[in-house]
Design a protein around this ligand. Structure first.
Ligand code: PLP
Length: 296
């Protein structure tokens, strides 16, 4: 899935901070940065295939939205963001990359209220970690657990300790992801959106304040309609989740993956299902087009 970096002179990974490109391990940010002190920051993770950023515009729009919600000033125009990220990716080469960008409120003496300061920008590109064939054949294991997070889950903030603890709960149970329930309704995964399949229909919880409006989620809904798979955004109860024919999770660097075990019990037949297979194929075809530079 991942292509080797063709040039030995190009770095496999690279960061940008304070107006300069540096090795990620050498990037330095003040310990007084509010991103470090308060988690007072927003971020994006954007995939690049064959050196081409995928779905950049919706990612930049969501960044803008997260910045508006948190009232952090956007330091760049869309064109400036586009140029910076394209430059970062080009400097690394045409292998598949995962681009991380973070905007913090900036550096100031510790005090909760917003200071009037310049935001800090940190960007980084690293080789994308592919999904193994074994995982695609077997599917993932997930657990269900209570969604203990706050009420601004639609903002992509770096204050992720709840998500980190929830994912660790899954790992402690020898599972890959935690699927979150709030008042008995499915919201999303610790780091993914969730779909279920019922009688051939692809269902996902509606985009509100309880979940991140995933860029992959949105693209899957569009692609499913193109594939002739009926889709609906609707509340999903714990019981519907447990009785689903298929469960899938989505995120920018993993596309769409099948969940075949939930709390130790087989989902549907216990193998990746036909709707996931159709969506995986459709998504991979689109990624191939991005690699060839045909779509962005
Ligand atoms: N929900 C959460 C909590 C996430 O952290 C992520 C991505 O990491 C997603 C959903 C998927 O979002 P996207 O498809 O934009 O990567």
């Amino acid at each position: 899935m991942n292509r080797p970096n063709p040039s030995h002179e190009q770095p496999l990974e690279l960061a940008w901070v304070g107006g300069e490109f540096v090795a990620p391990a050498a990037a330095k940010i003040s310990a007084l940065d509010r991103g470090f002190i308060f988690g007072d920051a927003v971020y994006e993770v954007i995939p690049a295939y064959g050196g081409n950023l995928f779905l950049l515009e919706p990612h930049l729009q969501r960044l803008e939205h997260s910045l508006e919600i948190t009232r952090i000033r956007n330091p760049f125009s869309h064109t400036e963001w586009r140029n910076l990220l394209a430059d970062l990716v080009a400097r690394c080469g045409d292998h598949d990359q995962s681009v991380y960008l973070q905007v913090t409120r900036g550096v100031a003496p510790r005090d909760h209220a917003f200071p009037d300061i310049e935001p800090t920008v940190f960007c980084m590109s690293r080789p994308m970690v592919g999904v193994s064939t074994e995982l695609l054949q077997q599917g993932l294991a997930a657990i269900t657990t209570e969604d203990i997070r706050w009420n601004y889950c639609h903002a992509k903030t770096t204050s992720l300790i709840a998500n980190v603890m929830l994912r660790q709960q899954a790992v402690d149970a020898s599972a890959d992801e935690a699927l979150l329930l709030r008042d008995g309704q499915l919201t999303e995964g610790a780091a993914s959106n969730v779909f279920i399949v019922v009688n051939g229909q692809l269902l996902t919880p509606p985009a509100g304040e309880q979940l991140l409006h995933g860029i992959t989620r949105e693209r899957i809904l569009e692609l499913a309609s193109k594939e002739g798979i009926p889709v609906a955004e609707q509340q999903i109860s714990e019981q519907q989740l447990r009785e689903a024919d298929e469960i899938c999770i989505s995120s920018s660097t993993k596309a769409i993956l099948p969940v075949t075990r939930l709390d130790g019990t087989a989902v549907g037949t216990g193998s990746p299902g036909p709707v996931w297979k159709a969506m995986w194929r459709a998504y991979q075809m689109e990624i191939e087009q991005v690699r060839r530079g045909a779509v962005g």
